[in-house]
Design a protein around this ligand. Structure first.
Ligand code: FAD
Ligand code: SIN
Length: 534
């Protein structure tokens, strides 16, 4: 059994930022960062476009960034959360720069080169070429090394949160004082399950894109933190709002993850066209290729279906090659590796699952409904994104809420003790799996179900069918879980089923179309204004 002051599950922008701040402010406390693969692997690492923040006050203002965020969120943003993130954002980004993060400067100038993406009325996105996330992840990992009280546990997979349930008490969704005492964690090297007892546990475990067949998210994005919280009877919100990025690179060889062609490319002047060269976005929104993501992704999906095409096209052929390469070297090289020259050929693009706006419900300091459990970053639902996230607001949200979580923990941790009497994980009655195909095939089935029935366009019949299929997978997997030695693959399957269930259930509950949730049975917005809470 390990005893830790603050246990952080996840090493992306949210987890590392708050671990660094906690370690800095409290040198006497032990902070542990768990990560289920290597500390460099996360959604953060793949972020391309950048971090949105009001930077040039001559042309931009907090009011404009707030208005853009609210507009994208389609009536469901929490205004307080929007205010917090937009107004505290620039200070947090400056800290990131002080910690060694590089952002591109404008040519021959000291000022930052501010990019633009869909839904933004101004240029306000700081970026490092098309590798912004990689650069942030690098700088944070580097900074984290300098704290002796901050310890990493790579290849440690969190399985379940520890609550009163593990002390033999009955815990339900109505129990008012559920407490978190840490987590049971699988050491993937020894395959032993260790107890991490913590005064405070923070989920920073990222998104859940792997619940769909085509996604920009890496393998680690299986919604573990949200699923663990759901099992621990914590509150989850807004799961129906799954953001599909309009432009992942179409590759007939199907890559997992799908390669992203950043929205910043459209901000740079690229135009969406049909494969024959005809522009189509003017039919859907006056902002055309730079309309918010929900609108563009639905438009592409609709055109593909109407025309029976496998992809739509992104036209960059009119852009300056040198400038394009300076901004998007990774995208250029990737296209060239597939025989596409972005300066001569259209880039074939398709929508792909990209971001989940819902998650573990938190207050303005990142506190969940479970005591001593916080959530930060993509796994949380702060209310910032409402029904649709504005591009490049996610890294910003992680940075801003990391500070707030640390503020709150700092006030409270001295009054918290370790819980006595937590039992070791009980693995009696389980044996090694005889056929891994039972797990891998179920993951494939799950992705098929979600992509076919709970994708960009939904209907009541599709959602009902998804429920029925998911139920079969759920029963089979629970049976397997009761009798099989724990593995990351089995835990991820179980978590993905939980995520799929929550998305489907929230989607079925929302009897309207709003933001990222579109259903043919209720194509309009109505007065269903409540967010969906579980
Ligand atoms: P992540 O960065 O995903 O980190 C999650 C961490 O949790 C990982 O370390 C993982 O190993 C760990 N973890 C998960 N489960 C467990 C477990 N069971 N046990 C132990 N550890 C676990 N947003 C922007 O704002 N701007 C952009 O330009 C942008 N571009 C993007 C491009 C791509 C291709 C993608 C996929 C996303 C992009 N996003 C962008 C979204 C943004 O990158 C993510 O929302 C954000 O990085 C999430 O950060 P996080 O710290 O919450 O989680
Ligand atoms: C992109 O670069 O298009 C992704 C930006 C984001 O998801 O915020």
């Amino acid at each position: 059994m390990k005893k830790i002051d603050v246990l952080v599950i996840g090493s992306g922008v949210a987890g590392l930022t708050l671990a660094i701040k906690m370690a800095e402010r409290h040198p006497d406390q032990k902070i542990c960062v768990l990560t289920k693969t290597s500390k460099e692997e996360s959604n953060t690492r793949y972020a391309q476009g950048g971090v949105a923040a009001v930077w040039n006050f001559d042309t931009d203002s907090y009011q404009k960034h707030i208005a853009d965020t609210l507009d994208a969120g389609d009536g469901l943003c929490d205004k307080q959360a929007v205010d917090i993130v937009v107004k505290e954002g620039p200070t947090r980004v400056k800290e990131l720069i002080d910690w060694g993060t590089r952002f591109d400067k404008a040519k021959n100038a000291e000022k930052y080169d501010l990019g633009k993406e869909g839904g933004h009325s101004e240029n306000r996105i700081l970026h490092y070429k098309d590798l912004t996330g990689w650069e942030i992840q690098r700088a944070l990992n580097e900074k984290a090394k300098s704290y002796p009280n901050l310890e990493y546990y790579d290849y440690y997979f969190a399985i379940d949160l520890i609550t009163q349930h593990h002390l033999g008490r009955n815990v339900t969704r109505l129990t008012p004082d559920i407490k978190c005492y840490g987590a049971y964690v699988l050491n993937t090297e020894t395959r032993g399950i260790e107890t991490f007892l913590a005064k405070i546990t923070v989920l920073a475990s990222g998104g859940a894109g792997q619940v769909y067949k085509t996604t920009t998210n890496p393998d680690i994005a299986t919604g573990d933190g949200m699923a663990m919280t759901y099992r621990a009877k914590g509150r989850i919100e807004n799961m129906e709002f799954v953001q599909f990025h309009p432009t992942s690179l179409f590759n007939p060889a199907i890559e997992n993850p799908a390669f992203l062609v950043s929205e910043a490319v459209r901000g740079f002047g690229a135009i969406l066209r049909m494969p024959d060269g005809t522009e189509f976005m003017q039919k859907y929104d006056p902002r055309k290729s730079l309309a918010p993501r929900d609108i563009v992704a639905r438009a592409i999906d609709n055109e593909m279906k109407m025309q029976g095409k496998d992809f739509m096209s992104l036209d960059c052929t009119h852009l300056d090659k040198e400038d394009f390469y300076a901004h998007f070297p990774t995208i250029y090289d990737k296209c060239k590796s597939l025989g596409i020259d972005p300066m001569k050929d259209y880039i074939p693009v398709v929508p792909a699952a990209h971001y989940i706006c819902g998650g573990v419900k938190v207050d303005e300091y990142g506190q969940t409904s479970i005591q001593n459990l916080y959530a930060c970053g993509e796994c949380s639902c702060t209310g910032l994104h409402g029904a649709n996230r504005l591009a490049s607001n996610s890294l910003l949200e992680g940075l801003v809420y990391a500070e707030r979580v640390v503020d709150d923990i700092s006030l409270r941790i001295k009054n918290i003790d370790y819980q006595e009497g937590i039992p070791d994980w009980d693995a009696t009655g389980t044996t090694d799996p005889k056929e891994l195909v039972l797990i891998t095939q179920s993951v494939k089935e799950l992705k098929e179900i979600m992509s076919s029935y709970v994708g960009i366009v939904r209907s009541s019949v599709r959602l009902k069918r998804a429920f029925e299929r998911l139920h079969i997978l759920y029963e089979e997997t629970e049976q397997l879980y009761m009798t099989t030695t724990i593995s990351p693959q089995l835990c991820e399957l179980r978590n993905l089923i939980t995520i799929a269930y929550m998305i489907t259930r929230s989607a079925a509950t929302r009897k309207e179309s709003r933001g990222l949730h579109y259903t043919t049975d209720y194509p309009d917005k109505n007065d269903f204004l409540e967010s969906t809470l579980m």
